[in-house]
Design a protein around this ligand. Structure first.
Ligand code: SF4
Length: 694
């Protein structure tokens, strides 16, 4: 796949894997991409890269790419190839018929965090303006939706507060439920550099992640909590801050709602939140919690970074608010070196949320019930908009099974593989009268589709991605789309076929519309992106390059709001039948469900998912390294090979989810975050037994 020929031109574009958003020079020889070279002028990566962005681009020219639209009347029939015109017309006719028979609410769509801002914006616009409802959701539902809820509730903005470079000013760094050296490698390296310079490290994670093994660390503390007990731990950290007088009273008095603070202070001071009480829940020794709280609260600059180990829980939103409470109470907000920093998994999770993909929010996080905001969109889009929030992804599945939801347009998402409780998802997809899948490969979801529209890879399109630090980077077309159309053009064609006119000539025109309607994007344009290289929203005339540090002067809601964060145990309990807790994560060379990386040379670095377990759990089961294991949960069962690992704590097992056969989501449960329905991927009670080879 990698041809080391001498390039004759290069195009600067953005990596389409993780939320770091590294810039690359795509070097071309003729019409062939020969090399991806990290771009020294990249504001997020400063010339660095990892093995995914650097080498794992061969999937774009893989023979599995879909190149022709396909249609079929029912899912038990074979596909038949169609022209673009025929396929789009077929889809539009079905959607119109379904809506006429079953009503406006019977159809919806799912946008993708892999696609550009402009593509995502068009999909939600299609659903709101052409379908006439708010049944739009995004794959952020299953990863960082609690970040949106928790940060907006406490600090008024659904985004991280810092740039990546800010970590170089941090003196104490807390990493909770994240594994940056594997999942966000370029930022993980930057963090390691700061740790080697002397910053103190506190990791709250059931596993002993590689960051703790960084050579020449000044100080590293590990809080190995039981999966599902995050909120008890963050409350205990805050309890120490308050009861030992470590809070920043000046920051709280100046910047926060003091009534809310006093209520929270009384709550968190209660003995039931003490480190001793929390030890009974989390398993983390109380002295370790006290030491960690003191380290963070007394550091000149304390920064918190977190990942899906925070959000993918039944208390994901509560935990995000607990982190915000801790940062506000210690005054670690509003300058370099501090902050609350969600590490976004996918390249454009931030952007897909910014673009109004959620069923309750228009682009720019403007609620659909807000008449002034809605009025602006209605005037621009020329239609009346629904003021009721629409269906979330899990609600769509339930409604499909009940028979009230009949059609779904899915752009760039493999929901059959990536959403929890696979059996339930497949039953929902099988119930639909029309499923339109737009993707670069024939994925698991496409098996239930009636219309298959070939997607375009990041190398074949113009647009923008927004990374985890709110940085908007340009994506530039390197090669022509293999099927002849960029994704935004397909959505536009579908809108026109449905009778709702869209006439954009280039994604820059879509961005101009976004800037006119979403205040935080008011200063964003392709001209400015060319001028400055990248922009960090909020971006406007006063901040033409955007705002690197959020909340420096005030919060968008005026005063910071402390939230009461009551710990509630997950319903997923261990017992004699399911005595172990399974949690999940990623490794460096692979990416999510592996649709791309498995079609590159990276496949050779990780060709199967395995189950990591502590040697003591293996010994009682008579398991040796490499044995086959049957893993059974209340939802289902799968088979994985064993890997004994001292990184695990006894009673907790771990796997990745990069290979379709691993069945990680066959065994995960239906539990989800109380506020956002983000699935509780990180806690599943299981039994593990040695089996013969499957
Ligand atoms: Fe791509 Fe993330 Fe690796 Fe950067 S760190 S090259 S954005 S996968």
């Amino acid at each position: 796949v990698i041809d080391h020929g001498v390039p004759d031109r290069s195009v600067v574009t953005t990596c389409a894997y993780c939320g770091v958003g590294c810039s690359f020079e795509a070097q071309m020889k003729g019409d062939k991409l020969v090399r991806m070279v990290p771009y020294k002028g990249g504001d997020a990566n400063h010339g660095h890269s990892c093995v995914k962005g650097r080498f794992a681009f061969g999937y774009a020219s893989h023979p599995d790419r879909l190149t022709t639209p396909m249609i079929r009347d029912s899912i038990d029939q074979p596909w038949r190839e169609a022209s673009w015109e025929e396929a789009i017309g077929f889809a539009a006719q079905r959607l119109k018929a379904i809506q006429a028979e079953h009503g406006r609410e019977s159809i919806g769509g799912i946008t993708s965090s892999r696609c550009t801002n402009e593509e995502t914006y068009l999909v939600q616009k299609l659903i709101r303006a052409a379908f006439g409802n708010n049944n739009t959701d995004t794959c952020a539902r299953v990863c960082h939706s609690p970040t949106g809820y928790g940060l907006k509730t406490t600090m008024g903005e659904s985004a991280g507060t810092q740039t990546f470079d800010s970590v170089m000013k941090a003196d104490a760094i807390i990493v909770i439920g994240a594994n940056p050296t594997d999942a966000h490698p370029v930022f993980g390296s930057m963090m390691r550099k700061r740790l080697r310079q002397g910053a103190k490290l506190i990791v709250a994670d059931p596993r002993r992640i590689d960051l703790l093994k960084t050579p020449h660390l000044n100080e590293a503390q590990h809080l190995p909590l039981r999966p599902g007990t995050n909120v008890a731990l963050v409350n205990a950290l805050a309890h120490v801050v308050i009861t030992e007088g470590l809070e920043d009273t000046g920051f709280v008095a100046r910047r926060c709602d003091t009534d809310a603070y006093q209520r929270w202070r009384a709550f968190i001071s209660e003995p039931r939140h003490s480190p001793e009480a929390s030890e009974m829940i989390t398993g983390v020794p109380s002295e370790a919690v006290r030491r960690a709280a003191r380290t963070y609260a007394t550091a000149p600059n304390g920064a918190i970074y977190y990942g899906l180990g925070v959000t993918e829980h039944s208390q994901g939103s509560t935990m995000v608010m607990g982190i915000a409470n801790l940062a506000m109470a210690t005054g670690n907000i509003g300058r370099e070196g501090v902050g609350v920093n969600p590490l976004r998994g996918q390249n454009n999770v931030q952007g897909s949320c910014d673009m109004g993909s959620f069923p309750h929010e228009l682009p720019g996080y403007q609620h659909v019930a807000d008449p002034i905001a809605r009025g602006r969109f209605e005037a621009r889009w020329g239609v009346a908009l629904d003021d009721e929030p629409g269906l979330r992804i899990p609600n769509m599945f339930d409604a499909a099974i009940e028979g009230t939801f009949k059609a779904l347009y899915v752009q760039g998402e493999d929901i059959a593989q990536s959403d929890p409780n696979t059996q339930h998802v497949e039953a929902a997809l099988r119930s639909l009268d029309c499923l339109i899948v737009q993707d670069i490969f024939l994925n698991e979801t496409a098996k239930f589709a009636h219309v298959l529209l070939p997607g375009s890879s990041f190398l074949e399109k113009d647009g923008t991605f927004t990374n985890a630090e709110r940085r908007i980077n340009r994506v530039r077309k390197v090669t022509p789309p293999v099927a002849g159309k960029q994704d935004w053009e397909v959505t536009q064609d579908l809108a026109n076929a449905l009778g709702y006119p869209m006439n954009y000539a280039h994604p820059s025109e879509i961005m101009d519309e976004i800037a006119a309607l979403a205040p935080s994007f008011a200063g964003v344009s392709y001209e400015k992106l060319e001028q400055y290289g990248s922009l960090q929203w909020p971006c406007n005339d006063a901040n033409p390059r955007g705002m690197p540090t959020m909340h420096a002067i005030d919060f968008p809601i005026g005063l910071g709001r402390f939230a009461i964060t009551e710990y509630v145990a997950t319903e997923e309990r261990t017992n004699r039948r399911f005595p172990l807790l399974l949690t999940t994560g990623r490794i460096l060379s692979q990416y999510n469900v592996g649709a791309q990386t498995r079609r590159t040379h990276n496949q050779h670095w990780h060709d199967e998912d395995v189950l990591e377990l502590h040697p003591s759990d293996a010994e009682v089961r008579g398991v040796s390294d490499g044995d086959w294991l049957g893993i059974t949960s209340r939802s289902g069962q799968t088979v994985l090979r064993a890997r004994l690992s001292e990184r695990m704590q006894p009673g907790v097992v771990y796997t990745t989810f990069h290979h379709p056969g691993s069945g990680a989501n066959v065994i995960t449960t239906d539990n989800s975050d109380w506020a956002t329905n983000c699935p509780e991927y990180k806690v599943t009670a299981v039994q593990v037994e040695k089996v013969s080879q499957p």
